[in-house]
Write a protein that binds this ligand. Structure first.
Ligand SMILES: Nc1ncnc2c1ncn2[C@@H]1O[C@H](COP(=O)(O)OP(=O)(O)OP(=O)(O)O)[C@@H](O)[C@H]1O
Ligand SMILES: [Mg+2]
Length: 370
């Protein structure tokens, strides 16, 4: 039995705007347990911040429920919810030292000086800030300021940590370093955490589970590798990692798969890698539009004339542990990326070639998609 559970059910937020009502969050449901690192991921405006603010009590709920350990969270004030929050803007008090910034949440909880000292020292130590305790925020780097805002959010032992794009203001290298550190501290303290980002690589690398949002709706939730390997929609396939899209038409369905025809006559035998809903399955029988999605590492390239999909090689990039081929293919929706562990002998930029689809790793969707 998990000791802590956050449960959202049909959570909805509608804003009244001049142009009419905007449904920022549309019937979102998920559960988070214990010290899970849960990330809400999605394009700008998809409702991540609004969902987080409703959990924190900074935004009212239009309909649906939020429960923490079975209790209706919406009955409690932000303060009573005992949540630690970290934002993109560090929101530190510039005229207070790092120590006093960190102690702030304890002072408003009227804790005694001795205990404040113990707690602040411990959390500053955990974040590697002890030596900076007497500096003021303007004398700190961006990364150090963000550490202080994390220390401040954690010092009063919140039941949950909410982070809204906390690394967006940092440079790329520091972002990678800080995200690892946030995960380390989160696991060390065993604190349930909800992280918001629109950076899919960041989400994939730190999260136990990711929830992919689009237009206020939760589209898919799962462990990073599950969402990557088994996207439930073309949107998720496109948003998480890189995907190549081949519009197709189903020709024939047989037991475990379907034969599909690409635009210029190539035919592929596709396994059905996911169970299809009945209505979608029926479409596959009858020669309907479909889309084949293949990750770059599940494509191969062979010299022209080899059975495969005809294409021409535009660019070959050496990327250390793999080689990326960017190829033009009339059967694909856009430029195709092929990532191969080794360079293919005899294929150079400008050459015609054959694309090989590793069928067992390709995913077939019915419908033509966007
Ligand atoms: N106070 C508000 N009044 C009206 N509309 C709002 C308000 N706050 C947010 N919205 C709208 O709700 C939608 C979701 O906004 P939200 O800030 O939750 O998105 P987000 O996923 O956090 O995006 P970003 O990645 O850009 O931060 C957007 O269409 C936004 O314009
Ligand atoms: Mg936001």
């Amino acid at each position: 039995m998990p000791s802590h559970t956050l449960q959202l059910r049909d959570l909805t937020k509608t804003f009244e705007a001049e142009q009419g009502a905007v449904t920022a969050v549309d019937s979102v449901s998920f559960d988070i347990v214990d010290d899970e690192f849960f990330t809400m991921l999605g394009p700008s405006g998809c409702g991540k911040t609004t969902t987080l603010r409703m959990i924190a009590g900074l935004e009212s709920v239009t309909s649906g429920t939020i429960a923490f350990d079975g209790q209706d969270f919406t009955k409690f004030s932000t303060f009573q919810r005992n949540i630690g929050m970290v934002f993109q803007s560090y929101a530190l008090f510039p005229h207070m030292t790092v120590f006093e910034n960190t102690a702030y949440g304890l002072r408003i909880r009227q804790m005694g000086d001795d205990e404040i000292k113990v707690r602040v020292s411990r959390i500053l130590e955990l974040l590697g800030l002890s030596a900076l305790a007497h500096r003021n925020p303007p004398e700190l780097s961006g990364g150090q300021q963000q550490r202080v805002s994390i220390a401040r959010a954690l010092v009063y032992d919140p039941g949950m940590l909410l982070l809204d794009e906390p690394l967006a203001n940092l440079d790329a290298k520091l972002r990678v370093q800080m995200r690892e550190e946030i995960r380390r501290i989160q696991k060390e303290l065993g604190i349930m955490s909800i992280y918001v980002t629109h950076d899919q690589e960041e989400a994939m690398s730190v999260s136990d589970r990711v929830a992919v949002f689009n237009h206020g709706k939760l589209i898919q939730v799962g462990a990073p590798h599950e969402v990557y390997a088994s996207p439930n929609s073309l949107f998720v396939a496109d948003f998480i990692g890189r995907a190549n899209f081949f519009p197709a038409r189903t020709a024939l369905r047989n037991g475990q798969g379907a034969r599909v025809a690409l635009g210029r006559g190539s035919e592929l035998e596709m396994p059905l890698s996911r169970p299809l809903p009945a209505d979608e399955g029926a479409l596959l029988d009858a020669g309907f539009d479909a889309m084949i999605v293949v990750r770059p590492e599940h494509l191969g390239l062979a010299p022209a004339g080899t059975p495969g999909i005809p294409c021409s090689v535009r660019r070959i990039l050496f990327l250390g542990n793999y080689t990326r081929y960017m190829v033009a293919c009339a059967d694909a929706r856009r430029e195709v990326f092929v990532d191969m562990a080794r360079r293919v002998p005899g294929i150079a930029e400008g050459d015609q070639a054959s694309l090989i689809v590793h069928h067992q790793d390709a995913i077939l969707f019915s419908g033509a998609g966007r």
